[in-house]
Structure formats: structure tokens, C-alpha cells
Design a protein around this ligand. Sequence first.
Ligand code: SIN
Length: 333
Amino acid sequence: MEAKSLKHIVILATGGTIAGKAGSALQMTGYQAGAFSVQDLLDSVPGLDAHAKISGEQLCNIGSQDMQDAIILQMAQRCNELLAQNDVDGIVITHGTDTMEESAYFLNLTVKSSKPVVMVGAMRPATAMSADGPLNLLNAVKVAAEDASVGKGVLLVMNDCIYGGRDVTKTNTTNVATFHATNGGALGYITGGKVQYYYAPLRLHTVATEFDVAGVTQLPRVDILYSHANDDGILAEAAVAAGAQGIVYAGSGMGSLHAGCEAALAAAIAKGVAVVRSSRTGSGVVVESKKAWTEMGILDGDNLNPQKARILLQLALCVTKDRDAIREIFGKY
Ligand code: SIN
């Protein structure tokens, strides 16, 4: 029998704790994220080249709390260039965990290929006792090289679990089991070294979306406002004054607006700003609630958390300013 040839997986490194360096093996906080290079990461995984033909590229080396639209755009554009090559079968992106869920969703909507793109990070720096990065990276390469990963959109692999890029979120500040799909669950697992899927994403992604970021250098400004007692709309006014084209309102409960903020949001909408209700609860769906809010022109954010609703609103505003069209977009993706 002819031996199966190895897939070619490109590792795009962007920084994060997986490339983090601390002063000692016991230091788990206050370390420098994005200190080690892509080659250092590859060298930390024994036998990686038995699972795929690997090449590495350093896109940037930052803590992902400092993510910028320009870098997210560059990530999507580089993925599209690489995946258009016949000799590239998939991509693994090493990334800080703080904002990995946003990059995962952005790429899920803008990568124009069915080939696997897998995000991976670590919760403990590379220098730590029981660093989780090397095994996470090995698992991510296995997932990227797996035939069953084709056509599943952008995936995120952490702690032996495989999540869909739309649904996954970081839920804990320090625990290695921080990632969850809070409205569902993992799509699959890596168990005993084997990749196994149980579910697949249904919302449109990658080749099925209308979003094209080729040549795009800037995204529309969209701000997130977080509801709280005494919300008086001052921050909504500030967002509009700063040039926001969109506002995601992280409301209490099922996306409820504070009455003190309503006038400022109505004024924003009158100026053409798109306003989307989301929820600060961490899970669940936001659908129409008070008729008055819908009549004001406020859109409903479905089950996207505020940071994911922000990503979708940025991309939606790249293709339309029409409120009904944006509503439809929130129903599709
Ligand atoms: C970061 O997001 O870059 C820092 C935290 C982490 O990677 O876990």
C-alpha cells in the first residue's frame, strides 16, 4: 500500500502566551507575551514533523490584548494568499487567548477557502511548569491536517477540544479550560491523540459569505457600550463624537437598554449609526424585546456576545449601511 503523503500546514505566529516568557517556571502571570519566535514554538513540540510538513511564518509578535484591525486584516489576507496555493493544505495560527475569539470569528467570515484554518494559544507561558502550549500546538496541527476539518470554517483548538470560530469564547482569566462554546459545545475532541468530530457549524462561513477583505486597509469604527446602573448615555454620545459607525450595546439580561441611555442611542441612530443589542450575560439569544426599541431602529444581536457582534457589525458596515440588510446579515452569520 502506498504511504499517505503528509499535508503541508503553515504556522502563522502572532504572539500571545503560547510564545510567552517568564522569569521562572513558577511564574504564571505578569510575563512577557509574544517573546518567542515561530521557530522556538515549532522546536518545543517533539515529533511535530511526523504529522505534517510544516513551515512557519511570523506575522507579528504581540499580546493579543493589543490587537488592531490592521493586524486582523493582514491575518485574513495572508490566510487567503496561502490557501490559494496548491501546495498549502491548511493553516495554524498561534495567537494570544485574550482576543482569539474575535480573530477566529473575523477569519471565519473572511477566509475564502474550505481548507482548515485552526487558531491555537496557551494559558501558561512557554517557560512555565506544565506549559500547555506545545500539546495545544501539536493538537492544532493534527486538526489542520485532518480531512474531516475541511469545510468546517475557522476552528479553535485548546485543551483537547475543537470549537467553531463563531461560537467559542474565553470564559476564565487563568484556567487552561477557559474556552467554551457557551450556547452549545465543542465540535469535537482530540482523545488518545486522535481527532474526532461530533458536530458541525450551521451558520454561513468562509466561502459562503459576502465579505471580501482583499485590499481593505481599514474597518469601520464600532464601539461596545456596557450597560450598568446610572447609564446616562454619555458614552454613547462620546462614541458618536469619536466617529463610530456602529455601536454594540451589551445590555443587561436579554439585551435590555437602560432608560437613561435610550435618548442618546436614538440620536445616534438618527445620525446613521447602526446600533445592535447584545447581552452582557455571557450566553443566550437576544431577540426583539420592547417594540419601542425596534421602532427606534435598534437591531438584535442574536446569540453573538458583544465582542463577536462588534466583528459582524464591522464587516456588515463594509457592505451596507441599510438597516434591513444589516438585520438580515445578523440572521445569517
Ligand atoms: C494574549 O492574549 O496575548 C495574552 C494572554 C494569552 O495569550 O493567554
